[in-house]
Design a binder for this molecule. Structure first.
Ligand code: GCW
Length: 714
């Protein structure tokens, strides 16, 4: 072996395991791979970081910039005083910043909003990143790093960004035993047994990733909350996490069990009107704030799916929320009270949250916000928006999305959720006339002077790649970006994410982006097209079971409750001749949904029981449409497999292989869904599956025997 060959050989021995390690997905969108030197040439005016304030958050910002630069160019940026070539970071109090930006502009900067500007002064070039708050500057730095990777605007930057929502919060459904309800990425990140003394390095990484997309709050524990979380034993652990998250601008919230006063406080009940109970909450909250002075507040699931709540004592949700709100109020804490309630009564489940909460409008304290799932049932692949949005005038409302894919193939299916999130946010409720979108109701545009927040159930766990599927990271990313600015397009967000997470090569970016952008509609097609919903396997919700019957189960946990297939047709009649759920929507939507000829076809079977031979807009029958939709879902997945195989040259072998394997599962599952639903519904429709689509490959009876071993309740 020649000497230099030997050197290369030895060198590659070091490199090989390194690159394998590096591409396990753990670096998320924060990989900071080398940028082409022609591009880096543009940044020759960027040599130093100037920072003249003492602050843990600004230290993080400076370090992030320097680490990013090292990745992009091989050179770290050094800290220096104000001089030519400096990125100047700081708050509006910084002397450096004051020297470079007009006073009025600095005074106008509010909260977490930031400004990024290329400034030329005295022949010197500066890049200024400033905010009123340190965390705003950190967001500005992350934004700048993103712009560099998108190759946008350097040298003439003039950007002002402000978040649309004040609270941008993740909800972890993490239990204290480290299982995660509806989690598909391993155990909980929070290692309760070793807290507070041992701090996993991942806590910081988690905070950093959230800060990079503007997420500023987190609920650590499951809404099916154990009262234990409020014991002193756990609160010191929570404090340890809060201390790690604080410099990244992340506030900690807890989900609390409404029976805590009784369960851990030794009181005889948890009646919100019992003065002892009020006192208990006041003292508990005081204890929490003595440990965590910037504690965010409580999230509460009450009188829902068997959890305790104020109704156990004949009180209302407002009574329940207010008792907590009063305890939190002196410290600026917030109550997020969930509207996800439905009882076993006769009323259509889709109507119940509205019926429960509309009469209470005006009765909640100012620091209560009602947290509403995007749709009226439960995180289905497609639902109309919940009619509760816009129906409360005096009470702030926030959306709860689900990033974890409980009803979307767990971490096996590639589904990019930004189009789903945007579909809800852009939906016009007509509550205050046309243009009253869910976004405008919740972001303060149409409800000024009210709390604003947006939440999503996290998909994060202990897995090396955080989310179970490499592409599920995009949904965490997309939630953060939309919480910051819901006007961003799903395409823009996908573009950023792909370039930072995988490759900037357009041969990769374009096909992968098109796959992501269509993936949500694809999953709707092979699972539940035309407004069908909840035809999932009982309990775990993975895979189809439209036939499912569990003796003694709640009717509204069974698919038949929702699809109502019979010899005449398919779908839930929610019109004025049925459950009249349409009446909960404002005009003209109520009329549109009520009228089969005007109801959007993608929600047809949500609102109507439709005859099998009903003629759809394309002239084909409803039954044929259903068949073509399922078939199209399957064909799309096949396309994704081809797209993915073609991009192999552009990315690392490990992530390529892992995604390829998951697509195989998805392709298999899509066929399973198609056959299960079509063969089952065919027993009612008695019509042939159109002859130009792929024939079923399974026997219905065999599919009915599939029982997956996944332990979950409903
Ligand atoms: O439908 C359900 C989920 C439950 C979840 C509940 C909720 C946390 O299947 O797992 O419980 O929604 O949102 O409260």
């Amino acid at each position: 072996m020649k000497q230099n060959n030997l050197a290369i050989f030895i060198f590659s021995l070091f490199l090989f395991p390194l690159s394998l390690f590096a591409e396990d997905g753990s670096r998320l969108w924060l990989r900071y791979e080398p940028l082409p030197s022609v591009q880096m040439e543009k940044y020759k005016y960027l040599i130093y970081i100037a920072k003249d304030e003492k602050s843990a958050t600004l230290d993080i910002a400076a370090n992030e910039l320097s680490v990013a630069w090292e990745g992009f160019s091989g050179k770290r940026l050094s800290l220096a005083s104000l001089q030519n070539g400096a990125v100047v970071i700081g708050t509006s109090k910084s002397k450096n910043i004051k020297a470079l930006l007009p006073k009025e502009e600095l005074e106008a900067l509010k909260g977490e909003s930031f400004l990024i500007r290329s400034v030329k002064k005295g022949g010197n070039n500066y890049t200024v990143i400033a905010s009123a708050k340190e965390v705003g500057t950190l967001y500005g730095v992350f934004h700048f790093i993103r712009l560099v990777q998108m190759d946008e605007g350097f040298g003439h930057l003039d950007i002002k960004e402000a978040p649309k929502y004040a609270i941008r919060i993740l909800n972890h459904w993490d239990n204290l035993d480290r299982t995660v309800e509806r989690g598909y990425a391993g155990h909980s990140l929070w290692k309760w047994e070793e807290l507070p003394n041992t701090l996993s390095p991942r806590y910081k990484e988690y905070a950093r990733a959230n800060a990079s997309i503007g997420i500023n709050a987190t609920v650590l524990n499951n809404v099916n909350a154990s009262p234990e979380i409020l014991t002193e034993n756990y609160l010191v652990k929570v404090k340890a996490l809060a201390d790690v998250f604080r410099p990244y601008g992340i506030k900690v919230y807890l989900a609390v069990n409404f029976s805590s006063p009784k369960e851990i406080g030794g009181l005889s009940d948890s009646d919100p009107l019992n003065p002892e109970v009020a006192k208990w909450w006041k003292n508990k909250v005081k204890e929490v704030y003595s440990l965590i002075p910037d504690f965010g507040g409580f999230l509460v699931k009450a009188n829902s799916e068997g959890l305790p709540g104020p109704q156990d004592y004949g009180r209302t949700h407002a009574d329940g929320a207010n008792i907590l709100a009063d305890a939190l109020n002196p410290y600026g804490g917030v109550v997020m009270w969930r509207a996800f309630v439905y009882s076993t009564g006769d009323e259509d489940r889709a109507k119940q949250a509205y019926l429960e909460f509309v009469p209470l409008d005006g009765q909640f304290r100012d620091n209560v916000i009602i947290q509403i799932k995007n749709g009226p049932v439960d995180f289905q692949p497609r639902e109309p928006f919940s009619p509760l949005f816009g129906a409360l005038n005096k009470t702030p409302e926030m959306v709860e999305f689900q990033i974890t894919q409980e009803y979307l193939g767990f971490s096996n299916h590639l589904v990019y959720l930004a189009p789903l999130f945007k579909e809800t946010l852009d939906s016009d409720t007509y509550s205050n006339g046309s243009g009253s979108t869910v976004a405008k109701i919740t972001d303060g545009t149409l409800r000024p002077d009210k709390l604003t927040a947006i939440s999503a159930v996290a998909n994060i766990g202990e897995d090396a790649n955080w989310c179970g599927h490499h592409f599920a990271q995009a949904n965490w990313y997309a939630f953060g970006r939309l919480a910051w600015n819901h006007q961003l397009s799903a395409e823009r967000i996908a573009d950023e994410w792909i370039r930072m997470t995988f490759s900037r090569n357009n041969e990769f970016v374009d096909p992968v982006k098109s796959m992501m952008l269509t993936s949500r509609e694809t999953v709707v097609d092979y699972m539940m097209p035309l407004g069908i919903h909840h035809v999932f396997a009982f309990g775990h919700h993975y895979g189809p079971e439209p036939w499912c019957d569990v003796p003694g189960a709640r009717p509204d946990w069974l698919p038949k409750y929702y699809h109502k297939a019979d010899s005449t047709g398919l779908g839930f009649n929610r019109t004025s001749t049925g459950s009249n759920a349409v009446s909960q929507y404002f005009s003209p939507l109520n009329g549109i949904y009520n009228d089969i000829s005007r109801c959007p076809e993608n929600l047809l079977l949500w609102f109507h029981h439709v005859p099998w031979d009903y003629k759809m807009k394309d002239g084909k029958t409803m039954w044929d449409n259903l068949c073509y939709k399922y078939d199209s879902g399957v064909r799309q997945i096949r396309e994704y497999q081809k797209i993915w195989d073609r991009i192999e040259p552009y990315i690392d072998a490990r992530r390529f292989g892992e995604v390829q394997s998951k697509l195989k599962i998805q392709a298999h599952d899509a066929v399973w869904w198609k056959d299960a639903c079509l063969l089952y519904f065919q027993t009612f429709s008695k019509r042939p599956v159109p002859y130009d689509i792929e024939r079923p490959v399974y026997e219905l009876e065999d599919l009915k025997k599939i029982k997956l071993d996944m332990n979950h309740h409903n």
